[in-house]
Ligand binder design. Structure first.
Ligand code: NAI
Ligand code: MG
Length: 794
């Protein structure tokens, strides 16, 4: 063959990575693994096992133990025993351990990369260059948090024993994302890897023990969903951290509701990949390759929805199809391939079925006519063009190498299409116009946005979603807080609920009857009659009727939520503006301090001195959040690339607030003020027993330039109104302070749209105590951090 002909064909021969070490490791274990508990392998107490397969060939790789209740109990007990001593180690000692784990990963990078590629089916080029180095970086980064924990997180303590459940798409990297922060900050772990891909977790546990990690600090229990559920339900687990499908995420939210377990969920996505007509087209085409054909498209944040501006759509598609036809699908250990195998036959069938449905619903199918490997679970790179935004393939996560494409005309239409999803994990924006790209980035409902880039990750940059993509962040400072709890809340005692006193007959009072004072609801900046036209009497502890308030119902909540939604301008108001309004509210409250104090004393029976102190503290708290409004800021991360990632706190949107029964004014202010300071709009339900301080507050709001709809107040039954808020899909978050049952109900009913919840599990807060009741503890819950990656161009 002539040299010219070689050039023409440019065909690659296979360049296989050796797998002898990996096979040797499997052979040393005789192809059979128990759980890794308390520092060593332990056979399953049930004796049950399952096979794990090699996706590229279908061959059995090893037998793994199925974790039973006894196994999970054993692992949790080991983690519990180790947790105290592990947390008591000086941060520096834990930093040394994490550093040792990072070094260990680097020393065994080749072995881990090969085991991962064989077990998952992904290209070894990716495990070698991406998964394993990012995992090592995660341990280095978190060794650092352990080192400075005592100064940076001095007001927090570890959560305790953490159950972690991870998926199969990035088995080792997800382990690192979960285990590194948990251990760094003084927690111990029981990890349940995905049933398709447990091998690198077992390998890691073994190597970690050899690197000196104390027994019980990290335990691995293998098994399927049922084993995961046993961990979720375990009474001695303090937190569950889950990555996986939205369906299972919902289940976990429901099952942990009311348990007091802390929870983070990193779920699915249908992330938009937006290409404007002034984008660098070749760069964007290469971006698509990394967005949807990386890891066979089995990526939660895959750029799976291509939105291309109309004018360039034909050209873009032509170049994309040409590029698609040069991708190579092959054996995971062949270093020259672009795509390996799909993790399991069940996932392959799922992809095939969804693509079929896409075509049935009108999409045009484009598949690269490339050579496909025989046997195993392989699927070619695929594009479905001309999809309808409402079609199944445009809304459901396919979790395979399948991009769907649509066109748009204007930036507004792009944003609207991009945000037309129940998910909100990531997004990618391509434009050479910096102003356009950043303007769009700010408006996308996503936890991560990449500008002229895609699928960039770093341990210092938080990762996580909005909406049904879950809540919580992994990585960086935000991620560290997910494994900590506030010291100040440790002493909280179960709350004594105030009785709703019955009215006593006004015996022998022959004075002037007071004028009818029925407080209405406050919706959209106006006083509104309750829908049901019912009211309830508010009675003092001595039985005196102090007034009437409207009995709000589900319809009133709907109206209030609509008003709050319409007040979206508040979220884009300047922080300076929001601060001014908070100060103004404080000023107006101050001029009527005596009246509010008298009202509090009459409602609750506290002394006038205590009532006056509550009003004074409320004024001060408003000042606190006026102060924070323009100071609770983000960060500029400097990940290892030429560029920055802007970590920006964003408002959550519409937030429901179920105020505590006690401290009728200060409780209300302590929750509403941080929320509006951060740009949220609020629907608040005041103390059921003592709502009049909140209804008196309407006139303060009216004279303080608070825009209509920013604060809405609905009085009535906390349980009924709480239920209406928890099940409302346009409510983005719900804060509930009251009974333990209320917390449980709110968490359970929040699953519809996976709203963020902030509850006290029936523990009473001392609202006068600033350490417990104000500041960053509340501000952090009032925002989501969005990370906008901006690599520098040439
Ligand atoms: P999955 O959500 O069932 O599995 C993830 C993990 O959760 C595994 O370790 C599994 O054993 C565990 N699990 C399953 N049921 C559980 C339960 N009831 N309680 C506790 N743990 C449980 O995901 P699966 O079935 O492997 O994949 C199905 C679809 O989910 C995929 O096609 C994809 O659309 C989506 N998915 C999304 C992921 C992401 O990162 N966003 C990762 C994996 C799957
Ligand atoms: Mg496998």
């Amino acid at each position: 063959m002539s040299v010219a002909k070689y050039f023409d064909e440019m065909s690659y021969g296979p360049a296989p990575e050796a797998d002898s070490e990996a096979r040797g490791w499997l052979a040393r274990h005789e192809g059979k693994f128990g759980h890794f508990i308390n520092g060593g392998f332990t056979p399953s107490q049930s004796g049950k096992s399952f096979d794990t397969f090699e996706p590229a060939t279908g061959a059995v790789l090893a037998k793994l133990a199925i974790g039973s209740k006894a196994d999970v109990d054993h692992a949790v007990a080991a983690a519990r025993k180790a947790q105290g001593p592990w947390a008591k180690l000086p941060g520096h000692a834990r930093a040394r351990h994490l550093y040792a784990l990072a070094r260990m990963i680097q020393r065994h990078a080749r072995l881990i990369a090969v085991v991962e590629a064989i077990d998952n089916g992904k290209p070894v080029r990716e495990t070698r260059d991406i998964d394993i180095p990012l995992a090592a970086r995660h341990f280095y980064h978190h060794a650092g948090w352990a080192q400075i924990q005592d100064t940076e997180f001095s007001d927090h303590i570890p959560v305790g024993v953490v159950g972690q459940i991870i998926p199969w798409n990035f088995p080792f990297l997800m382990l690192a994302w979960k285990v590194a922060p948990a251990l760094a900050l003084g927690n111990t772990v029981v990890l349940k890897p995905a049933e398709f891909t447990s091998l690198t977790a077992l390998l890691f546990a073994e190597l970690a023990a050899a690197a000196g990690l104390p027994a019980g600090v990290l335990n691995v229990v293998t098994g399927e969903g049922e084993t995961g559920a046993l961990l979720v339900d375990h009474g001695d687990v303090d937190k569950i951290a889950f990555t996986g499908s939205t369906e299972v995420g919902r289940l976990i939210r429901e099952r942990t509701a009311g348990s007091g377990k802390s929870l983070t969920l990193e779920l699915g996505g249908k992330s938009p990949f937006i290409v404007f007509d002034d984008a660098d087209i070749d760069g964007a085409v290469e971006g698509v390759v990394d967005a949807i054909w990386f890891n066979q498209g089995q990526v939660c944040c895959a750029g799976s929805r291509l939105l291309v501006q109309e004018g360039i759509a034909p050209l873009f598609q032509e170049r994309l199809l040409r590029r698609m036809s040069t991708l190579r699908v092959g054996q995971p250990l062949d270093k020259c391939i672009d795509m390996g195998a799909i993790v399991a036959p069940v996932q392959l069938s799922r992809i095939e079925a969804l693509v079929k449905q896409g075509v049935a619903e009108g999409a045009t199918l484009h598949q690269a006519q490339i050579e496909m490997p025989q046997g195993g679970s392989f699927y070619p790179p695929t594009l479905l063009s001309g999809v309808q935004s409402s079609s199944t393939v445009a809304t459901e996560e396919i979790f395979g190498p399948v991009a769907v494409s649509m066109t748009f005309r204007t930036p507004d239409e792009a944003i609207q299409l991009a945000n037309n999803s129940r998910y909100g994990l990531a997004a990618s924006v391509w434009s050479e116009t910096i102003g356009l790209a950043l303007n769009v980035a700010a408006k996308l409902a996503a936890g991560v946005v990449w500008v002229n880039a895609t699928n960039l990750f770093d341990a210092a940059v938080g990762f996580g979603g909005k909406r049904e993509s879950g809540f919580g962040r992994e990585g960086g400072r935000e991620g560290a807080y997910e494994y900590l709890k506030p010291k100040a809340w440790q002493g909280r005692k179960p709350r004594a609920m105030p009785a709703l006193p019955a009215a006593k007959p006004a015996a022998g009072e022959f004075g002037m009857p007071s004028l009818d004072r029925t407080a209405k609801l406050y919706v959209g900046g106006k006083q509104a009659r309750p829908d049901g036209n019912y009211s309830r009497s508010i009675v003092s502890p001595k039985g005196k009727v102090l007034g009437e308030v409207g009995e709000g119902n589900r319809k009133d909540i709907r109206n209030a939520v609509a008003a709050a939604q319409a007040a979206a301008g508040w979220s884009s108001a300047t922080a300076h503006n929001r601060a001014q309004i908070l100060y103004y509210i404080a000023e107006n409250l101050s001029s009527r301090a005596d009246e509010f104090a008298a009202r509090i004393a009459a409602m609750t029976g506290v002394s006038s001195g205590k009532a006056a102190a509550e009003v004074e503290a409320s004024i001060e708290r408003l000042f606190t959040y006026g102060a924070w409004a323009d100071k609770y800021e983000g960060a500029v991360h400097v990940p290892p690339l030429r560029g920055v990632a802007l970590a920006m706190p964003e408002s959550l949107g519409v937030v429901g607030v179920l105020c505590p029964p006690e401290a009728p004014l200060l409780g209300f202010i302590s929750l509403v003020a941080p929320l509006i300071a951060m740009g949220n709009r609020v629907v608040a339900v005041p103390s059921e027993a003592h709502p009049l301080a909140a209804t008196d507050f309407y006139s303060i709001l009216e004279t303080s330039d608070v825009p209509a709809g920013v604060i809405n107040i609905v009085t009535g039954s906390t349980d009924e109104l709480g239920k209406a808020l928890a099940t409302h899909n346009d409510v983005d978050a719900l804060w509930a302070f009251g009974t333990a049952e209320l917390s449980a109900m709110v968490e359970k009913l929040s699953v519809g749209n996976l709203k963020r919840t902030f509850v006290d599990h029936g523990k009473a807060t001392d609202w006068m105590n600033r350490a417990e009741a104000e500041g960053a503890l509340y501000l952090r819950r009032a925002v989501d951090v969005k990370n906008i990656w901006i690599p520098y161009g040439e």
